[in-house]
Write a protein that binds this ligand. Structure first.
Ligand code: FES
Length: 116
């Protein structure tokens, strides 16, 4: 189980339990199921509407791998949220980017703060 805290200045913070490692539950799906109003459009990693900033708040203080999808890397690059240097580093280290697309990010066994 992971604790996911959604934060937006216009809404009260919401912290949810998420089943980690299902390989199917995206951050956006979790938000939708719990009526967290993250903006979205295509739900397919192409428009960038669901851009979120993610940081680890895990007590174990372990950052997990990124596993950014190819679409996510392309869109985050186009939005100026990933530099080519960061894209190259992610390919080698698999360390997470603080910017993600909620419709592409799979929830993992890590407590995180999601700002939208
Ligand atoms: S909703 Fe379009 S990229 Fe996520």
């Amino acid at each position: 189980m992971a604790l996911i805290t959604f934060s937006n200045p216009e809404y009260k913070d919401r912290t949810l339990y998420a089943v980690a490692g299902s390989h199917t539950q995206t951050l956006l799906k979790l938000a939708q199921e719990n009526k967290v109003p993250i903006p979205f459009s295509c739900q397919d990693g192409e428009c960038g509407t669901c851009l979120v900033r993610v940081s680890s708040v895990d007590r174990k203080n372990q950052r997990m791998g990124a596993h950014l999808t190819a679409k996510e890397i392309t869109v985050l690059g186009e939005l100026g949220k990933l530099t080519q240097k960061e894209i190259d580093e992610i390919a080698v280290t698999d360390l997470p980017s603080r910017w993600r697309l909620a419709c592409q990010m799979i929830v993992r066994d890590e407590d995180i703060l999601v700002e939208y």
